[in-house]
Design a binder for this molecule. Sequence first.
Ligand SMILES: NC(=O)c1ccc[n+]([C@@H]2O[C@H](COP(=O)([O-])OP(=O)(O)OC[C@H]3O[C@@H](n4cnc5c(N)ncnc54)[C@H](O)[C@@H]3O)[C@@H](O)[C@H]2O)c1
Length: 440
Amino acid sequence: MSKKLTMPKNVTVIGLGYVGLPLALAFSRELPTTGFDIDASRVGELLAGTDRNREVAESEITSSNLTLTTDASCVADAAFIVVTVPTPVTEDHKPDLSMLESASMMIGSQLCERSEGLPVPIIVYESTTYPGCTEEFCGPIIERESGLKAGEGFFLGYSPERTNFGDPEHTLETVIKVVSGETPEVAKTVSYTYGLIAKAGTHMAPNIKTAEASKVIENVQRDLNIALFNELAMIFDRMDIQSSDVFEAASTKWNFHRYQPGLVGGHCIPVDPYYLTYAASKLGHDSKVILSGRSVNDSMPEFIAAKAGSLLRSQGIDPNSAAVLILGAAFKKDVVDIRNSKAIVLAERLAIRFGSVHIYDPLIEGVEVERDGARFAMIDDPLDSGVKYDLIVLAVAHSEFVVFVNRLEELLSHDGVVMDLTGTFTPGSNNKTLSDVWTL
Ligand SMILES: NC(=O)c1ccc[n+]([C@@H]2O[C@H](COP(=O)([O-])OP(=O)(O)OC[C@H]3O[C@@H](n4cnc5c(N)ncnc54)[C@H](O)[C@@H]3O)[C@@H](O)[C@H]2O)c1
């Protein structure tokens, strides 16, 4: 190991969101760790033991050794800096690197204040991005702000986040962590440091670009697989074939891989593919397959809204006066996150066509989801209200909705329609009271 590179004695995590907070807490069990965020209200809540994302229990925060701060000077003398800030897309689906840029500027300016004689810091990016971003976008910003050179005054690494929030099985402890560094020696140090918390082990990618690419294609693949099944579901609906029956039959072949059609929302699967297609387009490649998958998945709320109208009309119910209940507002099962939720987009589409639209999500009480001009509203437990609905759409398969699956009939008007977008109902089997459920 070169004199410049030593095993890190402390960690600083920049950005304490879904990714950063659990990561900082995990590191704090192994090394002195500081968590920094620019959002003072977030840090204030965490200091009081509250994680608004409900991923981490109060006792875990209050009993930890993690230092929480909004003071950027914590970065100056840090040994191992991990960046976990958001990487969304702009309205026209281009990477929005503004938060990576500001975090990198802050790191660069703080490195100017670094105490003499400390080992060279390693800066590892965890934010999902396109191949090349860490070394070609972030590194030069740190160089510009600090006057230091990458590979001399600081070292770069990349380690993608791949835990699945809302899923207790796939966590930081149980999932292999991909790691990389700008040299093999840096990669080894990054691997050693993550190895302290990634109990399932690390996989060392040959370089940073490879690690960046590996993360983005995980979500490209998932997006495309679901898009294929969404398209198949749309085709079979026109053919009056139950798509789940087709998938079940096809699944008996050894090499058929089954996916569940449905709404694709959130800030990873529908966002990350655009990072790759953007980088590909800069190199003159038009990513036709990836982008057509995106367009199929984005069309699902409109397809479902149109289908809902025809189902109601076939039952003799006038959509203009129909009452609709959507179960689930979050972007996926068992999370409190409504960013880029397609259940909300569906509510908007239904609100254009139907008399009234209510959304019930027991996990996101108190969150304002009404959008300008759209006639839909969050409600409290509909089982307590006595209201009957002409259309009930199960949009998100929260574990808490199990009770609704067995009591939907109490909420349904005479001739009302149930649509299941989640694969919770196996037609005719797991619900004894509802004979007819439209499923994707
Ligand atoms: N949430 C997931 O399921 C998930 C999974 C894998 C990868 N990722 C990726 O991880 C990254 C972070 O995602 P997230 O869901 O944790 O985001 P998040 O929005 O939950 O949290 C990000 C945090 O960063 C803070 N922040 C923003 N700019 C900052 C800055 N300049 N300095 C310090 N703090 C700053 C915000 O205040 C916020 O608290 C993204 O690139 C995302 O694509 C997310």
